[in-house]
Design a protein around this ligand. Structure first.
Ligand code: GZL
Length: 317
């Protein structure tokens, strides 16, 4: 464990004799957190949970929003090294391209905790642990619900998340596992809406303008924000979302429950953003040099139109 920088500076300045020591407990834990952005209701709820928990624990939180750009995250991670934080945590916007900066962080002796999304690296020692949802399972749950709802017969349009991101790759993988068992279900359109409502709407408009649009009977959106944008596009095209096109998405944000209660969305697979308490429990253990599991899963469920009205008052994000 590194000697706190404040203690080193006092000792060097002779303000403290080597015998005295500023108790590490006097210095709040400093954590650098690089967040992807504010692209969706899920992300803002995730940020709120992280900031609220850090404040509650008196953590010195250095928080950086990357506007969904990897280069901004890498800049933020380097600034955390320069600031000499005790722990670095981040939600990587994509899976690859992190080795160089993670090696710099390792050389600086700062432990790394991955939050929400994982990275693909050749050296697993470049981070200590990863806390996040099982995106493959979320994709499976979406596919299984749609197979049950449609009796295994669906011509599907797919709104994909951010290209190269763990949730986009893994949700697609899980969904397609179900399609492999249901020959009557096939994806005929698939394009990224980058997890945002605006881009989800734009892409769905293009799907609906294509010559073979009439064949589409279902939409799988990798997150609720893109589904909500698509619902607007479907209505503007004179169709009934939730009826003419059955819609299943992922996250479980309040807007999705409101859309289900209005009969415009059929199912949302929960992806819990409120991981602040679990995240800082992990960070505290890592900072204290305690052993932690390499992978910590987040618990979540599935909600459809039959449960929406009753569940809506319970939703916290
Ligand atoms: C999932 C998270 C995804 C959400 C989107 O854990 O990474 O990113 O599903 C968000 O809403 O943009």
């Amino acid at each position: 464990m590194k000697t706190p920088k404040l203690l080193l500076s006092f000792l060097c300045a002779g303000l403290l004799s080597a015998g005295a020591s500023l108790s590490a407990a006097d210095k709040p834990l400093s954590v650098g957190f690089s967040q992807i952005g504010a692209e969706s209701g899920w992300r803002t709820a995730n940020t709120d949970s992280i900031k609220a928990e850090a404040a509650k624990r008196g953590i010195d939180l250095k928080f950086a929003d990357a506007q969904q750009k990897q280069e901004n995250q890498i800049k933020a991670l380097r600034s955390f090294i320069a600031q000499g934080v005790d722990v670095i945590a981040f939600s990587p916007v994509v899976e690859t391209g992190w080795e160089p900066v993670l090696k710099e962080i390792k050389s600086a002796g700062i432990p790394v905790v991955l939050s929400d999304r994982a990275v693909k690296v050749s050296d697993p020692s470049l981070f200590v642990t990863f806390i996040g949802s099982d995106f493959v399972e979320e994709g499976r749950r979406a596919g299984e619900w749609l197979a049950k709802k449609t009796g295994g017969k669906a011509v599907i349009a797919e709104l994909v998340g951010t290209p190269g991101s763990a949730p986009a790759i893994d949700r697609k993988k899980g969904f397609e596992e179900v399609l492999a068992k249901n020959p009557g279900m096939k994806i005929v359109k698939s394009q990224s809406g980058n997890f945002t409502r605006a881009e989800g709407k734009q892409v769905m408009e293009a799907f609906l303008k294509s010559p073979d649009a009439k064949q589409i009977t279902a939409l799988f959106a990798h997150n609720d924000d893109m589904a909500l944008g698509a619902i607007q596009a479907i209505e503007e095209a004179g169709l009934k979302p939730g009826k003419d096109i059955i819609i299943v998405s992922i996250d479980g944000v309040k807007g999705a429950f409101e859309a289900m209660a209005a009969g415009k969305l059929n199912c949302t697979v929960e992806c819990n953003p409120q991981i602040g308490p679990q995240l800082f429990d992990l960070i505290a253990k890592v900072a204290a040099g305690q052993k932690v599991p390499a992978r910590v899963a987040v618990q979540e469920g599935v909600f459809d139109e039959t449960q929406a009205a009753a569940e809506l008052p319970n939703r916290k994000y």
